[in-house]
Design a protein around this ligand. Structure first.
Ligand code: HEC
Length: 97
């Protein structure tokens, strides 16, 4: 093996690991209902690529009980405002694919 290959590989793997670690806790639970691809035909609103403050406002209103919803009111109560901000920032940064 060429001697530059190993460090290069290690670097790629490390970056992949970091990209995954950048996903805030809780995000994985959203994709059960909110589709991660445009190809999915679903009545549940899409979150990818939306404005972070628009999403965070919705989450805070669900949490406060001032926004009508079927499931999100209960769900949003499980997250702190900091977690909501981190999750919504992450969704806003994802390509809407
Ligand atoms: C069990 C299914 C389910 C899960 C899990 C879920 N959602 Fe939802 N979400 C919905 C539904 C259904 C709506 C439509 C409002 C309602 O009926 O509560 C919604 C609406 C929303 C909205 C409002 C979007 C809009 O355009 O009005 C946001 C923001 C949102 N969800 C964020 C999240 C986040 C963030 C997570 C993960 C922490 C999450 N949801 C997990 C089902 C779910």
């Amino acid at each position: 093996m060429r001697n530059w290959l190993l460090p290069a590989l290690a670097c790629i793997l490390l970056q992949a690991g970091m990209a995954r670690a950048a996903e805030p806790p809780g995000v994985a639970s959203c994709s059960g209902c909110h589709a991660t691809s445009k190809a999915v035909d679903t009545p549940v609103p899409r979150l990818f690529g939306r404005k972070a403050d628009e999403l965070a406002t919705a989450m805070r209103e669900y949490k406060a009980g001032t926004r009508p919803g079927t499931i999100m009111g209960r769900l949003a109560k499980g997250f702190s405002d900091e977690e909501i901000a981190a999750i919504c920032d992450w969704f806003a940064g994802q390509p809407d694919k």
